[in-house]
Write a protein that binds this ligand. Structure first.
Ligand code: ATP
Ligand code: MG
Length: 570
């Protein structure tokens, strides 16, 4: 392709409202434009990247025997009502009415439609297992669309669904997907981890996410280098560092106006880990007192799984329910239910004395109060692994894909049943598996860039090679450039030729910004000696080669590189 004929609107300045590196670079290098919040136009270069990724997705899905279909984006409300998600999902779902006033919605995901289809097309165990997939638009009215294409309101997803006769079958389909996902993300050149995750609105028991470490990510996960334990912070377990037990005897200490752990810790000159934070929560049922160590944070989601929906009590409610002013509450002497973080089982602590301006020092959990013990703290860097005790790391990441064991959550309400060997009707066991191509592209940029721009992994770059005839007013330059362009194209190499009548500096800048992995530079001076330069975008190393050898050299490097493309020179 010729640069002069393509829409590649590069920008010199950093766009004002972009923060994530991938967002800035996709805008600056002319890959995307934002129509409005969370809605993006993919320009030619951007679309080529998405198509490269989609090709890898198709190859790896087909390799595990998955069959491609496409399902509508517009759904009748009935199927969503049948599983109950019509009522459970709130504003994230785009809803509308058709001309006959029938309720419709835009598909956020397709479990319902798959189960609807399976209910009609699968009759017998002989037709199982099946894996069906599509690469299709999803629409979600995200609360905070941000970071460019990482969180948009309309996005492409590769979603696949497995249908099995039993749990064993589901485990096999799940494993097949986990392996395919490892291949997909490796082929896309990403650094990634597979981590345990919270099944959330999908339901089901087991789920994993694929996390690409990046500061632009909205997720955090913890990782143990000792045993490989890896989990999303939303559910990760850990053992906080041990604290030496003091031999204090129980006493009340005067702490005037000192309410927060930090204030009391400064005042008493004791580290926060010697404190118990008591937090009063209002749930649908009775109020609950949650306790975490002073240096830990209460994990709302973990607690959610134990007591259900809840919120923190207001000051007035604390006074009313516990009879103490907020800031001085402690775990002793209350009748209400107490849930304490498991690490508090050991040790001797300071906490509120249930008396204004006093704290109690020398509290021994289990003796001074009883509680239900549970892991309810947020994992921190340096905590110990719950499996092997090695130190844990915490990293920020972009969730690029996930896999869920769904079980019968959708098949039962949608009546997706099959007849087993004995002619007995059984629900199909389902799994669901998603990948966002836009997030792969963004994560690849986040992980591969420098001051000058994007450095694409070869496998998903919009072109294999950028050809840079520096002075197109020089007829020899143009002649050689056209020859190389033709030679490479005939060999199946995808070439972007910067045939613009621009200064060399402008061409170099744009080439580095756009990030095509290999540059071929045709300059007049080198050409006089019959040479041209092949430059690596990443290392910036350049080698001079005779112009007749260029095509051969590029072909060799293409074959050597793990591009994963089906291309092989015969
Ligand atoms: P998140 O927790 O980030 O909202 P999710 O759990 O809602 O993601 P799924 O519904 O499981 O994601 O979607 C599968 C994949 O689709 C995700 O792993 C991600 O790659 C992609 N994806 C999800 N939501 C978006 C979005 N708003 N914009 C772009 N890609 C998305
Ligand atoms: Mg989401």
């Amino acid at each position: 392709m010729r640069f002069s004929k393509m829409l590649i609107p590069t920008l010199k300045e950093t766009p004002a409202d972009a923060e994530a590196v991938s967002h800035i670079l996709m805008l600056r290098a002319g890959y995307v434009r934002q129509l409005t919040a969370g809605l993006y136009i993919y320009l030619p270069l951007g679309l080529r990247v998405i198509e490269k990724i989609s090709k890898i997705l198709r190859e790896e899905m087909n390799a595990i025997g998955a069959q491609e279909i496409t399902m509508p984006v517009l759904h009748p409300s009935e199927v969503w009502q049948q599983t109950g998600r019509w009522y459970e999902i709130g504003e994230e779902m785009f809803r509308l009415k058709d001309r006959g006033s029938r309720d419709m919605c835009l598909g956020m995901t397709h479990e319902e439609i798959i189960a609807w289809l399976a209910a009609r097309e699968i009759r017998s165990y002989r037709e199982l297992p099946q894996i069906w997939y599509q690469i299709q638009i999803k629409l979600r009215d995200e609360a905070r669309p941000k970071s460019g294409v990482i969180r948009t309101r309309e996005f492409l997803m590769k979603d696949s669904y497995s249908l099995d006769a039993d749990e064993k079958g589901l485990e096999r389909s799940y494993q097949l997907h986990a392996e395919a996902y490892h291949k997909i993300f490796s082929r896309c050149g990403l650094k990634f981890y597979m981590v345990e995750s919270d099944p959330g609105m999908m339901g089901g028991a087991t789920a994993h996410e694929f996390m690409a470490p990046s500061p632009a990510g909205e997720d955090e996960f913890t990782m143990c280098d000792g045993c490989g334990y890896a989990a999303n912070i939303e559910l990760a377990l850990s053992i906080p560092k041990e604290v030496e037990a003091k031999n204090w005897i129980l006493e009340e200490v005067y702490t005037p106006e000192k309410r927060t752990v930090q204030e009391v810790s400064d005042f008493l000159q004791l580290d926060p880990e010697y404190f118990i934070k008591s937090i009063l929560l209002i749930s649908d049922k009775d109020p609950v007192l949650a306790l975490v160590r002073g240096d830990q944070e209460l994990h709302e989601k973990k607690l959610n799984r134990i007591i259900g929906k809840h919120r923190q009590a207001h000051k007035e409610e604390v006074k009313e329910i516990l009879g103490v002013e907020a800031g001085f509450i402690g775990p002793m002497g209350h009748r209400l239910k107490i849930i304490a973080d498991a690490c508090l089982k050991e040790g001797v602590y300071v906490s509120g004395a249930n008396k204004p301006h006093y704290h109690a020092k020398g509290i021994r959990p289990g003796k001074e109060f009883t509680a239900e013990w549970n892991d309810i703290h947020v994992v921190k860097e340096g905590d110990s692994c719950p499996k092997c005790n090695a130190p844990l790391r915490v990293e920020r990441a972009i969730e690029v894909g996930n896999i869920f064991m769904l079980g019968t959550k959708y098949s039962i309400p949608m009546r997706a049943f099959y007849l087993d060997k004995n002619g007995q009707e059984r629900p199909i066991i389902m799994g669901s598996y998603g990948i966002g191509p836009a997030r792969i592209a963004a994560a690849a940029i986040e992980q591969n860039n420098d001051r000058d721009g994007i450095i694409w992994p070869k496998s998903i770059a919009p072109f294999d090679v950028e050809l840079l005839p520096l002075n197109i007013r020089d007829s020899k330059t143009v002649e050689i450039a056209e020859k190389i362009y033709k030679g490479l194209t005939e060999e199946g190499i995808e070439v972007l030729m910067d045939d613009r009548d621009e200064r060399a500096g402008v061409k170099f800048k744009d080439a580095d910004l756009i990030g095509i992995p290999t540059q071929i530079i045709i300059g007049e001076k080198n050409l006089k000696e019959g040479l041209i330069e092949i430059k690596d975008r990443k290392t910036k190393e350049a080698v001079k080669v005779g112009f007749r050898e260029v095509v051969e050299k590029i072909l060799q490097s293409q074959i050597q590189a793990e591009t994963g493309r089906a291309y092989l020179k015969s």
